[in-house]
Design a protein around this ligand. Sequence first.
Ligand SMILES: NC(=O)c1ccc[n+]([C@@H]2O[C@H](COP(=O)([O-])OP(=O)(O)OC[C@H]3O[C@@H](n4cnc5c(N)ncnc54)[C@H](O)[C@@H]3O)[C@@H](O)[C@H]2O)c1
Length: 273
Amino acid sequence: MNVVIIGCGNIATYVVNSIVNGETKGIKLHTIVGTPRRTDYLQELSAHANCHWTTDIDSLEWDEIDVMIEAAGQQVVKDHLLTFVKKGKHVLVISIGALVDQDFFQTVYTEAKKSGSQILLPSGAIGGLDAIRNAAMGELRSVELTTKKHPDSLTGAPYIIENGIDMDHLTEDLVLFRGSALEAASAFPENLNVAAALSLAGLGPERTMVNIIASPHIEMNTHEIQATGNFGNLYFRFENKPSPENRKSSYLVNLSVVRTLEDFCRNGGLFYN
Ligand SMILES: NC(=O)c1ccc[n+]([C@@H]2O[C@H](COP(=O)([O-])OP(=O)(O)OC[C@H]3O[C@@H](n4cnc5c(N)ncnc54)[C@H](O)[C@@H]3O)[C@@H](O)[C@H]2O)c1
């Protein structure tokens, strides 16, 4: 399958290297899309991968492309996902936070059913979404996410700025936020991807609860998930090492994208759900 990757940051670079190193089967990298600000690196990365590059998504050779990989941010999803889907392209979305807008999600989903496009949502920094989805087939009563991160990974969030929270002198854990995944969308947009993935798998953005804690002594991003329903109870805890190239992201996210892509592009084989 011919693949285009949007972004040339941490995740995109990892995926490109995995393809170049032959860790993925049945995938040919067609083009890397970046921003004009990063043209030098874009050229370097595409030369390494022996593929095309561009800073203009609209100039892509659509007839030659099967799969789009978004590894660039929520704005790219908001601006381009619908177009990709209408063209019948399969799309791997890593900035899942953009999909908590239910109207947008429904529009994309409806168009995908018409065009035959498949939208791939990697589990990213967490896992266990299969169990949440299974539980939602019955009576899933509650799903709650507690994310604990170092203050450095949370600074700059609109909620912190608007509330004038001093993140520089924390000596102990501080609960910053408790609310729905929908409320977290505007409060902590950069940290929303995990909450969004969880809510899409289960109770939706309005009923999935999110706690965000700043922890000055923590070394790994931690996500705890608790759910209850008529299946029983579940509890997952993820302690994620940061990605070597972007300390705000987790290495598990890179692995998750490559696994999702590989599972989709190779024909047959095992499929876990
Ligand atoms: N689902 C998850 O669990 C999860 C976890 C971590 C990150 N993410 C998402 O993945 C995204 C990428 O993460 P990263 O660590 O690679 O970030 P990064 O900052 O290292 O890289 C992002 C890249 O996208 C490029 N970019 C931005 N806008 C673009 C555009 N319009 N066209 C082309 N390129 C564009 C930037 O220049 C940059 O190179 C994040 O923005 C985040 O939303 C999801």
